[in-house]
Design a binder for this molecule. Structure first.
Ligand SMILES: NC(=O)c1ccc[n+]([C@@H]2O[C@H](COP(=O)([O-])OP(=O)(O)OC[C@H]3O[C@@H](n4cnc5c(N)ncnc54)[C@H](O)[C@@H]3O)[C@@H](O)[C@H]2O)c1
Length: 283
């Protein structure tokens, strides 16, 4: 699926720090051109400026569709190709679901919970995948690879961060549902589910106290990227990353034959149903 000639181009969101920055450096060392996207303009410019001519920064807020669309169109126009997207930008919960002192509106009803976490971690990734497939189809040799950053919180649960957990579960569902479909047009979609890594996601005071034996090294993340980017067929996979190891996680076993039929054999039924009922129109 790799494109003929020249260097492959990758977009990395959340590239100014942590996992995104490490993946950026890794891909540059493997002869990629990398577009670093981040909402933190100062840090992004600073970092990209130190990485040489194959790196460029595009100030992007992934939670804005217009901003992400500009990122993708500019990245594709750079060298007329787009090979990889690491949809990685993420934040933790911005407001606690468990809050005791909810702010009330004029009618005495709680104001809506701040769901920025879902906008950044989940909705923006779906839009990123939507944009990636548009440009991947325009490649001289159509196709490409998407690696999504979910989390171990998407496999288990992080009770302190329920919206974060929901978003990361959503990404695994997105990967499992779309990966096997997109691979038919040479686009693979996989996700990483890291355990705890020492990045700027964690407040500095907590990081200093965090037990070292529970910190997963960045090299495990890079190993997972190498696995996904080195394989043209692997798709729909979620890999848990803990300490030095990769654990591929499958969906639960079918409860019974009926569930297996619904999950594996009912595609034709749904396709026919969607063709006859215009459910995708309007609301
Ligand atoms: N660090 C961990 O322990 C850990 C574990 C599992 C999953 N993750 C996931 O890894 C991903 C990367 O996080 P990290 O640990 O490297 O943290 P980080 O805070 O070091 O990096 C995240 C980057 O995303 C950027 N960002 C935030 N909102 C953005 C937006 N709206 N648009 C564009 N960029 C935005 C930030 O500016 C930052 O540079 C996240 O999705 C996170 O949920 C991290």
């Amino acid at each position: 699926m790799s494109q003929p000639g020249a260097k492959p181009v990758a977009i990395i969101t959340g590239a100014a720090s942590g996992i995104g920055l490490a993946v950026t450096q890794h891909l540059l060392s493997k002869n990629y051109r990398v577009v670093l996207a981040d909402v933190n303009a100062k840090q992004g410019e600073l970092v990209a400026g130190s990485l040489g001519p194959d790196a460029r920064f595009i100030h992007t807020d992934v939670s804005s569709y217009a901003s992400q669309a500009t990122l993708f169109s500019t990245a594709f126009a750079w060298h007329g190709r787009l090979d990889v997207a690491a949809l990685n930008a993420g934040i933790d919960d911005r407001q606690s679901l468990y809050e005791m002192q909810e702010e009330l509106d004029a009618d005495g009803i709680p104001k809506p919970l701040n769901l920025k976490t879902i906008d950044v971690n989940l909705n923006a990734v779906i839009q990123g995948l939507w944009l990636f497939k548009y440009y991947a189809r325009k490649n001289e040799k159509p196709g490409g690879k998407v690696v999504i950053t979910s989390s171990a919180a998407g496999l288990y649960a992080m009770t302190t961060n329920p919206q974060y957990t929901a978003s990361k579960y959503g990404l695994i569902g997105l990967t499992r549902a779309s990966g096997p479909v997109f691979v038919k047009e040479y686009i693979t979609v996989n996700c990483i589910c890291p355990a705890f890594l020492a990045t700027n996601l964690c407040p500095k005071q907590l990081l200093d106290k965090f037990p070292k034996e529970h910190i997963t090294p960045m090299s495990t993340v890079l190993k997972a990227f190498d696995t996904f980017l080195g394989d043209d067929k692997m798709t729909g996979q979620s890999v848990e990353l803990s300490l030095g190891k990769l654990y591929f996680r499958q969906q639960p076993e079918w409860a019974n034959e009926s569930q297996r039929w619904l999950g594996e054999d009912s595609d034709g039924f749904w396709e026919e149903a969607y063709e006859s009922v215009p459910v995708r129109d309007g609301v």
